[in-house]
Write a protein that binds this ligand. Structure first.
Ligand code: ADP
Length: 266
């Protein structure tokens, strides 16, 4: 078989751990009416890196994630993937540019957002088939491999209501993986789960991190953050107050605001 005939492994992340910068965000600003929610956010994510955003509720973490994949349009700032053409939000961003950005990442939400009237398999292939025009047989084969990967192969034909919250969220993760994004975005992926279901979802995310997926994760699970994060950003009031490796930030934060937050949560 020549290399071009070898089928792409649907389980393999497109990113491999190296030093190349995948995503650069500079000076991202966003207001909702008078509420200035992001006040110039800078962020750099290298391929294979896991960046974790922590901070109090309302500090702007979700808005950062949504800005990275085009669910929110920043008022100003620059985004670029792979050092490619910049999207400059202070200038006019074309629809084409926005859609190209959206394709680079896939988001896992706090609530899994599965379509209730579709089976697990139908939920997973919906994006690839309808949006990305992947042939259905290929999308099904990829989906089955991914479901197997998270231990849900036998739930292929089940409807979301028949699954536990943890299983639903694992399907949510598979749905994001099926889009074969460069970047996975997780928005508090376990905060809607009963405590006994949190572990199974964090385990899957950790495995993906270990496999080299590039991700930005918003979470309050600091033990998990310490395990997976290459870099932690502590946000408060729409700014990044402090950033660094989790070990040093959690044991010895530089900023008083970080310390106060960690004291409350740890
Ligand atoms: P976090 O994820 O840190 O809890 P968010 O990014 O969700 O913070 O929210 C930051 C602020 O932006 C909050 O004050 C929130 O009420 C406000 N906000 C977020 N989304 C919207 C929206 N679509 N319309 C108006 N205000 C919003």
């Amino acid at each position: 078989m020549s290399p071009s005939e070898i089928p792409a492994d649907p389980l393999a992340p497109r990113a491999t751990p190296d030093d190349a910068v995948l995503l650069t965000a500079r000076g991202i600003r966003k207001s909702f009416g008078d509420n200035e929610v992001l006040r110039s956010i800078d962020l750099e994510v290298r391929r294979g890196e896991v960046v974790v955003l922590i901070g109090p509720s309302g500090s702007g973490k979700t808005t950062v994630l949504r800005s990275l994949n085009g669910l929110e349009t920043p008022d100003a700032g620059i985004l670029s993937f792979d050092g490619g053409p910049d999207l400059d939000f202070a200038a006019k961003v074309t629809k084409q540019g926005r859609l190209a950005m959206r394709d680079r990442s896939a988001m896992v939400f706090q609530q899994h957002n599965l379509f209730p009237h579709m089976t697990v398999l139908e939920n997973v292939i919906e994006g690839p088939v309808r949006v990305q025009r992947v042939p259905k047989a290929q999308a099904i084969a990829d989906a089955e491999a991914l479901l197997e990967r998270v231990g849900l192969a036998e739930k292929r034909d089940a409807y979301p209501f028949a699954l536990s919250g943890g299983q639903q969220q694992r399907v949510g993760i598979v749905r994001a993986l099926a889009l074969k994004p460069d970047l996975l975005l997780f928005d508090e992926p376990t905060s809607a789960l009963d405590p006994e279901l949190v572990g199974e979802v964090l385990k899957v995310i950790k495995e993906l991190a270990d496999e080299g997926w590039t991700m930005v994760v918003v979470t309050h699970e600091l033990g998990f953050a310490r395990q997976v994060a290459d870099e932690v950003l502590f946000m408060d009031g729409g700014v990044v107050v402090e950033r660094g490796a989790p070990g040093s930030m959690f044991t010895n934060p530089r900023e008083a605001r970080t310390r106060q937050f960690l004291d409350r949560i740890l």
